[in-house]
Write a protein of this length. Structure first.
Length: 121
């Protein structure tokens, strides 16, 4: 099923359906999904290993590099969607709440153009 700009609820339903059609929920404990999230995120990081500057930019913009990045980000998102689904977390609300917290921790007038952690601003 091709997905083009679907709402978050449709992405979650597609992820759960994919998993459930294969009877994989039995393997998806919160611990295992959290571990998988770290592994998939590490695979995103691996795409940048040993590259920097223009070499990294060109690699990620190449057809093969972009496809690899899209695939790995898709794996990360799949895992996030399943973990949120299973734990009954409203991802949109969780994101909105976290952004409000980030805005309070990193006010524009203190954080703009800086990469310091909030407790160092």
């Amino acid at each position: 099923m091709p997905l083009t700009d679907p709402p978050l609820s449709q992405l979650i339903a597609a992820a759960a359906r994919f998993r459930d059609d294969r009877d994989w929920a039995q393997f998806h404990t919160p611990k295992d999904l959290a571990a998988n999230l770290c592994i998939e995120a590490a695979e995103v990081l691996e795409l940048t290993q040993w590259r920097s500057g223009d070499d990294l930019t060109n690699h990620l913009r190449s057809p093969a590099g972009r496809e690899a990045l899209e695939d790995e980000l898709g794996d990360v998102l799949l895992t996030v969607l399943l973990l949120a689904h299973d734990q009954q977390i409203d991802l949109a609300a969780a994101f909105a709440n976290k952004m409000r917290k980030n805005e309070a921790k990193y006010p524009i007038e203190k954080a703009k153009g800086r990469n310091d952690k909030y407790d160092k601003l």
